[in-house]
Design a protein around this ligand. Sequence first.
Ligand code: BGC
Length: 436
Amino acid sequence: MTPPTGPGLTLPEGFLLGASTSAHQVEGNNVSSDWWAIENRPGTFVAERSADAADSFHRWPEDMDLLSELGFNAYRFSIEWARIEPERGRVSRAAVAHYRAMVGGALERGLAPVVTLHHFTSPRWFSELGGWASPDSAELFAAYARVATEILLPGVRHVATINEPNMIALMHALIRGAGPAAGDGAGRPTSDERTGVALDPGSVEPDATVAQALIRAHRAATAVLKAADPALQVGWTVANQVYQAEPGADVATEAYARPREDIYLEAAREDDWIGVQAYTRHRIGDEGPVPVPQGVPTTLTGWEIYPDALGEAVRHTADVVGPHVPVLVTENGIATSDDEQRIAYTTAALAGLASAMRDGIDVRGYLHWSALDNYEWGSYRPTFGLIAVDARTFARTPKPSAVWLGSLARSGRIPEGGGGPGGHPAAGSAGVGSAG
Ligand code: BGC
C-alpha cells in the first residue's frame, strides 16, 4: 500500500470524501429502462447484460454500512427514473419509498447522500418518444424531478440533475450511426472492451439538438428543485475529457472540445456546483483525436493511465465555469485488476487535486468511481470498484484501496505531490506507469 507522502493537504471543513455508483450499474434488473431493452434485444451491440448487477437494489444497506465503516462521509448514488415512472405519468409509490429509504439510510450512517436523477438510463417509454430529442423532453424530465423532491427532501443537500450530458449527446449520434440493432439510449462505450463493438466516440459529431435539449432539461429540473427548496444545491456532472493539443493543433483542439465539453460547463455558470468526472486525457491533432500510442500503459477500458487528468480537469472546469461555482469531483478512478495500481493512480490524482486546491480552486468533495465493482455499460470485466463483488453470491469484499481511501477520509487529509517522477512520488513506486 502506498502511504500518503508528506503531511498532505488538510481538507476544508465539510469536505465530502466518498464513492459513487449509478443505479443501472449496481441495482440489477432495471427492466423498465431503455438500456435493459438494448441489452436484451436480439443482435444487440452490448457484449454482456447487466442482469442482477451487484444486487444493490436489495443490498444497499450493506453497501452503505461498508462505506461508513470504512470512514467515508458521502455516497453518490442515482435514483432510477424508469423505476419511479415505469409508464408515462404513472408513479410507483413503492419506488419512491425505496429511494426515500436509501436517503434516510445514508443519513443515519453519517453518509451525505449526493443524488443523481439521471445516470444514462431513461424509462423505455421516454426513449420510445425520441428520448432527449423529443419536443417534450424538458417538461417530462422536470415532471420527474418534481416527484424526486419527495425522495430528496428533507435531508439531501447535493443533487445532480443529469450525469455526463456531453456523453449522452455523443451517444445519441453514435448509437444512431450503429444501425437499427443498437436502438436508442446512452452510455459511454469507448472501446471494444466495453461493448463488444468498435464504437468510436472520437469519430462522431455530438448531436447539437440533443445538447440543447439536455441544457433545457437541466434548467427546467433545476427550477423545479429550487422551487421545492432553495437550499438544495443543484448541479450537473460533466465528463471531462482533458483534451490536449498536439503541437500546432490548438485551434483544432478548441473547436473539437467546445461542443463535446465546454458548452456543458458554460451552461453551469448559474448552478450551485459543478461535477468534475475525470479519468484520462485525449490528445487532439489537426485531424481529430490521436490514438493512444502503442506501448503506453492503459487500463482495462483501454484508456491511457494518466492520473494528472483530475487536477487538469478541475483547473479547466474552474476556468470555464468561473471561480464562483464550487467544484465537486463526482467521479475519478481506474479500471484495473491490480489494486496497488488503483492506490497509486488515486494517490497521484489526489495530489493533482490538492495542488489545484492550493491554487485557490474551491473544491468541496471527492467521490471515487466506484464504490463497487459494477456493470460497466456492456461488460463486467473493467473493475473500477473499491469493493469487490462476487458475481454469484454478491458477497462484498473491501479491497486495500477502500481501506486506504477510507483512512484518508478519516484523517481529513489528502496526499500532495512532490519529488518523484512527474511530481508524484507514488507514480514511481506502486504501479502507475505499468500496464494494468
Ligand atoms: C460514467 C460511469 C462509468 C464511468 C467509467 C462515467 O462515464 O458516469 O457510469 O462507469 O465513467 O467508465
